[in-house]
Design a protein around this ligand. Structure first.
Ligand SMILES: Nc1ncnc2c1ncn2[C@@H]1O[C@H](COP(=O)(O)OP(=O)(O)OP(=O)(O)O)[C@@H](O)[C@H]1O
Ligand SMILES: [Mg+2]
Length: 256
């Protein structure tokens, strides 16, 4: 692979993307002429009011939903449908209850035709990465919410995606677990060198994790605003600049 290709891994471009649904016979415009460049290895957080189209955008990016107009480019190439260069992580990990942690994480690779030995070796690596090496043989019912979500993250990482799409991945966790997982996500992002696009309703989480925060509005009539988070990592939530940025974001939302 050439140097130019290496530096472009995980670059996402949205060109003039529009998406509407029909609701009670009426068209409902959710995304309107959305254009955006996400750099290779960047963390982009997406925030915005409920129903503004965050999940829709992520599903279009994942290839689970077709846009009406416009296109999604990965590393400069237009993509259609799903692909292993993108992995999506939902709020609930949706684990298979009859499989162990190792089984859940290696399952997808086996379905894709990897041998059991190969799939398990890769799965073990990913399970270690999320800090669950001691729980390989546990069943989903024996895990806490945070641990189950870690299994979901490990499963997404098995295919070595260039791009991780996360839809409120920590939304169901308690505050303490959430903070620990935010630190883990930062570590995973650094170690795996992935591009991350993360939907969250937690402004502090957005500032803690992201290089840029995109603020979406309802109806797609106002183009989303992009805010740079120009803070060195590891980030300190109590630092002045962090607090000031959080206040600014809250004002964008009309909260004080
Ligand atoms: N399959 C669908 N069919 C019809 N309408 C849909 C469909 N999926 C989403 N919508 C509508 O599109 C709009 C955006 O939904 P979406 O789930 O993207 O919002 P969201 O920003 O993720 O909200 P939340 O913060 O509550 O998760 C909503 O009005 C929703 O009703
Ligand atoms: Mg949503």
């Amino acid at each position: 692979m050439s140097v130019a290709q290496q530096t472009r891994r995980g670059e996402v471009t949205l060109r003039d993307l529009s998406k509407s649904f029909r609701l009670n016979g009426q068209p409902l415009q959710v995304l309107r002429n959305l254009s955006l460049d996400v750099r290779s290895g960047e963390v982009l957080a997406i925030v915005g009011p409920s129903g503004c189209g965050k999940t829709t955008l992520l599903r279009v990016l994942a290839g689970l939903e077709q846009p009406d107009r416009g296109e999604v480019l990965i590393d400069g190439h237009a993509v259609q449908g799903v692909g292993t260069e993108r992995a999506i992580i939902f709020q609930e990990p949706r684990l298979l209850p009859w499989l162990t942690v190792l089984g859940n994480v290696s399952f997808g690779l086996q379905v894709r035709g990897k041998s059991a030995a190969e799939a398990e070796a890769r799965a073990r690596h990913c399970i270690r990465l999320v800090g669950l090496a001691d729980f390989e043989d546990a069943y989903p019912r024996q895990l806490s919410g945070g641990m189950a979500q870690r299994v979901g993250i490990a499963r997404a990482l098995t295919v070595q995606p260039e791009i991780l799409l996360l839809d409120e991945p920590l939304g169901a966790l308690d505050a303490m677990t959430k903070q620990a997982m935010q630190e883990e996500l930062t570590r995973i992002w650094r170690e795996e060198q992935v591009t991350m696009i993360l939907v969250t309703h937690d402004l502090e989480e957005a500032i803690f994790l992201a290089d840029r925060v995109m603020v979406m509005q309802k109806g797609g009539t106002t183009p989303p605003r992009l805010i740079d988070v120009d803070l060195p990592r590891p980030r300190d939530r109590s630092e002045d600049r962090f607090v000031a940025l959080r206040r600014r974001l809250m004002q964008e939302f009309g909260l004080h």
